[in-house]
Design a binder for this molecule. Structure first.
Ligand code: LLP
Length: 439
């Protein structure tokens, strides 16, 4: 359940009429619901009770500092994959002891930043990384807490681009080599073993691959303990899928997932860490856009809207489906037409939906993409020199801009000319610099 519903025939985010936000900010924009974020976080933490646990929100799914602060204030930890994400979590007030640092290619510089600022654990993915971490921590005179990310060679049966737990994927270290690597790590200075980590993929709609992977994790934990290591924590990664359509998709609920975790891992006495991103933020956000033009093409009707693939990349990148709904609720029995919903970017891939049944919309009408709160704003770019779009957070009947729309001037000002293109002092440039202001 989320909090984006029609009230009096108008789409609302909680108690805020989407048209009010659109009138204030213009379109397109992302809009998140505080109540939905809160509810989804609580579902996870309740699902894992009574096991000791920490729900570490995967910052990559939605890294807005206001969103992180909302979750952090509820007690969430954070899973970060870059110094940038680490600094965002810290800026949101999350203490280092609640931040896990994942990622296949952490740099020495990133290790220094996290060690200096405080970190719960590094999820180490390679032997060179382990050696570098040992060196950096020793130089700093501290111990780096770490878990090894093991690759269990399990097919998550999800989209190929977001499957991470097969042996041909770039992630983690083969589970068969884990005992040797832990034995080596135990001899290295500056390191402290705290647990084991895995993450097998994203948007999983079946618990079976998780269960197969966690069964291997339980076995490894027992072996590592027999080898004399202290394994206090198990980091299970993220990956639980969400329904992207309202029809017949029924991915497992956090409560089903929690019951399975308790059954497979509950007797090990470990603190459980999980790293959900999509399930917390996905259905807590929408992308609102307006129709620029409607046009009849040679073979199709097109709705050309002001959001594009640079704002929401998922359909272009993964052929992902997002429900797209009119902001004004269609009247019962109102005729629908099949349209292709496309953005203005100059690529055929900038297509959000093909032959989607929509009411007859006109220029200026608003539409909302559902399930856009995770991997939406964070994956946006300025392709076609389209400035990043704003983000708004709603709470009850209030809304606040949590990232503003940059002006065209700000976007242009980041570029600079090399010295050899600058006119010599005293000479006027041949062409005047365009003065651009936001309309
Ligand atoms: N932990 C690790 C180590 C991860 O790599 C990921 C996601 C997560 C946690 C969170 O997974 P979630 O609970 O959100 O499924 N851009 C893609 C998704 C990429 C996911 C990458 N890793 C998309 O739009 O579908």
């Amino acid at each position: 359940m989320d909090h984006f519903l029609y009230k009096n025939k108008q789409l609302h985010a909680e108690d805020v009429d989407i048209r009010d936000i659109a009138e204030t900010l213009g379109t397109p924009f992302y809009c998140y619901s505080a109540a939905t974020l809160t509810r989804h976080y609580q579902l996870f933490t309740q699902a894992l009770e009574p096991l000791p646990h920490l729900v570490c929100f995967a910052v990559k799914a939605n890294s807005n500092i206001a969103v992180l602060k909302l979750l952090g204030d509820l007690g969430a930890g954070m899973d970060v994959v870059s110094a940038g994400e680490y600094l965002r979590a810290r800026a949101a007030g999350v203490p280092g002891e609640k931040i896990v640092f994942s990622g296949v290619g952490k740099t020495v510089e990133e290790m220094r930043i996290a060690l200096g600022g405080g970190i719960r654990q590094f999820n180490v993915e390679s032997e060179p990384e382990l050696e570098a971490l040992s060196l950096v921590a020793s130089e700093m005179g501290i111990e780096a807490p770490f878990a090894l990310r093991v690759n269990p060679d399990i097919d998550a049966r999800t989209h190929d681009k977001i499957s991470t737990g097969r042996k041909e994927d770039k992630f983690g270290l083969p589970i068969e080599r884990a005992r040797d690597i832990y034995a080596r790590a135990a001899q290295m200075p500056g390191l402290r073993i705290v647990g084991v980590d895995m993450h097998i993929g994203s948007q999983l709609t079946d618990l079976a691959p998780f269960e197969a992977a966690y069964t291997k994790l339980a076995e490894l934990t027992r072996q590592l303990r027999e080898d004399g290591h202290t394994i206090e924590r198990l980091d299970l990664g993220g990956g639980l899928g969400i329904p992207y359509t309202r029809s017949n998709e029924t991915p497992p609920l956090p409560s089903d997932y929690g019951a399975m975790v308790r059954r497979v891992l509950g007797d090990l006495g470990c603190e459980i860490e999980i790293e959900p991103g999509r399930l917390i933020a996905g259905n807590a956000g929408i992308l609102v856009s307006s129709v620029i033009w409607r046009k009849s093409g040679g073979a199709r009707e097109f709705l050309i809207i002001d959001a594009a693939m640079n704002d929401l990349l998922r359909p272009a990148m993964y052929d992902a489906h997002h429900d797209i709904i009119p902001v004004v609720e269609p009247a019962p029995g109102e005729p629908a037409v099949a349209v292709d919903i496309v953005g203005p970017v100059c690529e055929s891939g900038d297509t959000f939906a093909r032959q989607r049944a929509m009411p007859l919309l006109q220029s200026g009408d608003l539409v909302a993409f559902r399930s856009a709160g995770a991997y939406g704003a964070v994956m946006a770019s300025e392709y076609n020199s389209r400035p990043l779009i704003p983000e708004v957070l709603v709470k009850n009947d209030q809304f606040a801009v949590i990232r503003r729309r940059p002006s065209y001037d700000e976007m242009l000002a980041r570029d600079s000319l090399p010295a050899w293109m600058q006119p010599p002092a005293g000479e006027e440039p041949e062409t005047g610099q365009a003065q651009v202001t936001e309309g």
